[in-house]
Design a protein around this ligand. Sequence first.
Ligand code: MN
Length: 231
Amino acid sequence: MSFVFTPPPAVSVPVVGTAERFPVRRIYCVGRNYEEHAKEMGFTGREPPFFFLKPADAIVAVDAGTTGTIPYPSLTKNLHHEIELVVAIGTGGKNIAAADATKHIYGYAVGLDMTRRDLQGEMKKAGRPWCIGKGFDHSAPIGPITRAAQAGDVNNAELYVQVGGKDRQRSNVSKLIWNIAETIEHLSAAWELQPGDLIYTGTPEGVAAVVSGDTMVGGVAGLETLTIRVA
Ligand code: MN
């Protein structure tokens, strides 16, 4: 097969303990999936989960023990960090029951759902899509994927992000409104999941701005730390 121009390189994420990489197909994200974050955004209560996507090439994959870099994005004056547990799908499926969801998971990673909060807010107010606030270039930093068998008890793992060495967000995956298995059940009812799909499962309270020169260190207990600097 030949192409009219060179196809873009495959997007991929390192995997702990192997030189083989995880190829990325899609990035699904869950909105308002921690109660205290829903409240800080002006909402309350358990609503059905909702989803948005980022383009796969928004991934900025950072190797273990290294510091990645993202540019400060255009058009915004309010770039927010959202620390999230990321689920990597290894086996596809549709209408996956929560009880079967674990079988579809390849592994887990630490991710940041970077958000142009001012632009997202304008779009929300106008009832328009969030793409410009959420799906911009370099908006999905991610650390190495740890395979599920080695990841420990991610459903009860502490997660945090620090900026300049100080806590910004610190919570626990157990506080998810829709846990990992329930999220997969809902998501796979709307889209057929495929190997290579990533799910950013939502962020706890404490979202706030970063500026050029800031370094974010994000972690989920049992997974590789993600360190990334805003250029
Ligand atoms: Mn998010």
